[in-house]
Write a protein that binds this ligand. Structure first.
Ligand SMILES: O=C(O)C1=C[C@@H](OP(=O)(O)O)[C@@H](O)[C@H](O)C1
Ligand SMILES: C=C(OP(=O)(O)O)C(=O)O
Length: 438
């Protein structure tokens, strides 16, 4: 496990925000299911992306990557599985044999690729590590029982998991408040089945913006889903993905770190953004402005300038991934902040409510965990000291932002966790003037 020491100081300058991880997963999967070759530009190969790329290769897709510029950005050429997936004995029909898919620590990879294993009558084994082995999968287990897929696992942990198709079309009743990833996963698969299906949402729908991203990418690849007021999704069977070229836009979950850092003392220009994006984490702009942050959003860039931010109430139900960095900012903002409806943060790469409150408090913050969120009383500065990332990329990056307001060095243990979504985070931190040892 690597560690880094961040010396006191502010960040200033401009940064090219990495491409959206969520959109990249979706573009990869759609291209892999299409007939013919699709090109995906501005694609960054992080650990999670590698997991999805390798998983799709195991299912039969061809994926080649060519460097497209600085900082790990690539152009991918994806030869889709297309109709071969359905032809018994087809030349590229790799699903005839047992397949192994290592999802590493990526919840999206596991939950998006699992239903695809239900396209063929052969065993596919899913593995993973870290917290992924205990993140919830019960929704799928129930649906697999109801729709004709066998699975085998050992004891209480979900992984390794062996699955054997064929998933049957029909009615899929899914809770809306555990993970939207189950719903996205079904949306990728159900259009390929021989007859129509519908997904019925049985409780409050959270992380809804991620379903919008899924349906948007599906429609770009010619797959249609009818949305009945986010309560029911009607999906015709026998649809076919059509190849498509696309470029990935900047990531609003990642820009959140740089915007918060900009408000804490410097002035940061964040480039490569799409002001019309469907990403739910675009809400970061409104939340930061609501806290008094001087944020100026243009068509393709967002600027954050040093500001005296104030506490507020933040509802985490639709934008879970930006909560850790908002907690870090709130810890050094004037007054109280309440983060509510954020229970799902407990089932991410760490229990993020526990992780961020524990680590910010080590730095001298005043954060209390509640059942579904955090109560934070802002301080002018934090002192610094040793903290842990809990092996969670978003905790590591949030602590790096908090370090901008620390009077002493901050030692982050497990700083390499950033490779899950943003492998060159520390280089960008340095480019913005951050002083790092290690
Ligand atoms: O679909 C996606 O790309 C994601 C959905 C969200 O998960 P939940 O729906 O489980 O909240 C989010 O936290 C995750 O980082 C990415
Ligand atoms: C929770 C995350 O991703 P995943 O669910 O794909 O592991 C994340 O990136 O914060």
């Amino acid at each position: 496990m690597a560690s880094m020491t961040i010396l006191p100081g502010i960040l200033k300058g401009s940064v090219i925000v990495p491409p959206s991880k969520s959109i990249s997963h979706r573009a990869l999967i759609c291209a892999a299911l299409a007939e013919g070759t699709s090109n995906i530009g501005n694609f960054m190969i992080s650990d999670d992306m590698m997991a999805t790329m390798n998983g799709l290769r195991a299912l039969g897709a061809g994926i080649e990557a060519e460097e497209q510029g600085a900082e790990g950005i690539h152009l991918l050429r994806i030869t889709g599985i297309g109709a071969n997936l359905f032809q018994e004995g087809g030349e590229k029909n790799h699903l005839e044999e047992d397949r192994l898919i290592d999802c590493q620590e990526s919840g999206s990879t596991l939950r998006f690729l699992l239903p695809l294993a239900g396209l063929k009558n052969s065993w596919v084994t899913f593995t993973g590590r870290g917290r992924l082995v205990s993140r919830p999968l019960d929704v799928y287990f129930r649906l697999f029982d109801e729709h004709g897929v066998s699975f085998e696992k050992q004891g209480n942990s979900s992984l390794p998991l062996k699955v054997n198709g064929l998933l049957q079309p029909g009615e899929y009743r899914v809770e809306g408040d555990i993970s939207s990833q189950f719903i996205s996963g079904l949306m990728f698969l159900l259009p390929l089945l021989a007859s129509d299906s519908r997904i019925v949402i049985t409780s409050k729908l959270e992380s809804k913006g991620y379903l919008d991203l899924t349906m948007d990418m599906l429609s770009r690849f010619s797959i249609k889903i009818e949305n009945n007021h986010d309560k029911e999704f009607i999906i015709k069977g026998n649809q076919r993905y059509q190849k498509q070229d696309t470029d990935i836009e900047g990531d609003y979950s990642q820009v959140a770190f740089w915007l918060a850092a900009g408000l804490l003392g410097g002035e940061i220009d964040c480039l490569n953004m799409n002001s019309q994006s469907l990403q739910g984490d675009r809400e970061i702009v409104n939340i930061l402005q609501g806290m008094g942050g001087r944020i100026t959003a243009g068509q393709k860039s967002i600027r954050a300038r040093a500001s005296l931010t104030k506490g507020t109430v933040i509802d985490g139900s639709q934008c879970p991934d930006i909560i850790p960095v908002l907690a870090a900012l709130a810890a050094v903002s004037e007054g109280e902040t309440r983060i509510i409806n954020a229970e799902r943060l407990r089932i991410k790469e760490s229990d993020r409510l526990k992780a961020i409150s524990t680590e910010l408090n080590k730095l001298g913050a005043k954060v209390e965990e509640t059942a579904d969120g955090l109560d934070i009383l802002g301080c002018k500065n934090l002192h610094g000291g040793p903290v842990s990332s809990w092996n969670d990329h978003r905790i590591a990056m949030a602590l790096a932002v908090a370090a901008c307001r620390c009077t002493e060095p901050v030692l982050i243990e497990g700083s390499d966790a950033v490779s899950k979504s943003y492998p060159h985070f520390w280089e960008d931190y340095r480019k913005l003037g951050g002083r790092i040892d290690g």
